[in-house]
Design a protein around this ligand. Sequence first.
Ligand code: ATR
Length: 498
Amino acid sequence: MPKICLCLTGPTIEKNLEALDRYRKVVDLVELRADFLEPQEMFRIRSFPEKAGLPTILTVRRLQDGGRFDQGEGVRLVIIAKGLAFADQDKRKNFAYVDIEHDLQIPAIQEAARIFGTKVIRSIHCRDGVPANLPELWSSLSSSPFEIPKLAAHARGIEDTERLFRFFGSLETGERIVTGMGDYGFCTRILPERLGSMLVYASATGAGLKPGAPGQLDPDVLRKQYRLGSDDASVDLYGILGSPSVLGSLSPHIHNAGFAELGIDARYLPFPADDLDAFMRLAELLDIKGLSVTVPFKERVLSLLGESAMEVAAIGACNTMVRSKAGWAGYNTDAMGFRSALLHFLGRTELKGLRACIVGAGGAARSVAYTLHGLGVEACVINRSLPKAKRLAEEYGFPWAGMTERAVELIESYNDLIVQTTSVGMEGGQPGDPLDWYQFSGGEALFETIYNPAETVLLKRARDSGCRVTNGHTMLLDQAAAQFRLFTGQDYPDQVQL
Ligand code: ATR
């Protein structure tokens, strides 16, 4: 079972020990990042393992490998050597591991490590992506039976992540450490067992320390939200596919809390993806059982579906994929989530004759148009790209316009309700206000489908003008509950506090 290794990046030994105390119960070992220590503290590291009371990795990471150490190599070797040699040679009090880069071959250090019972982790840091010659590189790293090979590669895209899982998933078990860094490598930090990695590094952010590498998660997130340490290899996997914002998505929190409450052995992860084909290969490899689909893939996944629910074809967008005999079955829970959240927001059970403006013409807008049409609402569509506005609007006989001042007249005659569906203002998306040329009268109701941030620039401006406003939070919860039912066959538990 993979262990959680707390990466300690404090400026002093004391600060690191304080941070460790905060997490002691949820981590298995620690890494002392001596390169983050103040200069005078670097020479006090020898007593650290005894004070920590947990197996400890000593690392003095160089700048070129993503660390902080900027002094000469001679000084670095002295620090490592001092750290290894414990005065009374009591191996229990020594560093359990020392992380040494692949290009550092110093027999005296390797010999000292052996004498003091410290195992060498032989590491390579690939900051420019997963190298093309991964198999050759890995075999050169793993050439000594006395050393543990470690690869930390920055995933430049989801294809890099897929290559990591494909390569390491096919290797025999054995001691090794593998991490994909950065947003696209996020899932490697939740699924170390699928890479055969003996540990996953975590950062003490809850204790105020910086992550030791991009993408490291807090141990509490790993244990509580992703339940690392349960029967990892057999757990069913689910996830949310999107770009660029899924790491800030609330969906993992919602679904994982539901699984935990009902005792379902499953885990739900965010998968930021820049390439749909590469992601789908990864989904096959990991045997992902179900997916939430968000910007910008809701329409693009249609061609992957072997079967789909009636509303998917009617809306022309799919936000839920579930494995079926036909490959993937597609559903759309956005429409149902929007419908219930909208009726709740307006405090009405029917909306016949209401006049509404749909802002945007992407996948989310398609669900909104379908729902409003079904409710008998008279709507118009405005969108940055005119052909897309026209295509969506014509399906329902709605008028349309581009997203410019020229649309003001149209909005003004369809402004009982404005539904904002674009990604403008979303965390991780383009900042700003998609309607900055429109003056609210105060009589409009604004339904902003974005929920992160809770208040977009547009929502704040509408509220300040006296409009009734809501964000996409309730819609998210309602559509997620419907997804949960499709994923598990069970109702989302009421008792979960979100
Ligand atoms: P989703 O499936 O969530 O709706 P999508 O299909 O990619 O995502 O649609 C995104 C919507 O946001 C589209 O209406 C898009 O406008 P275009 O059709 O012109 O691309 C809109 N959008 C994205 N960025 C925008 C921007 N900077 N300004 C205005 N609209 C934008």
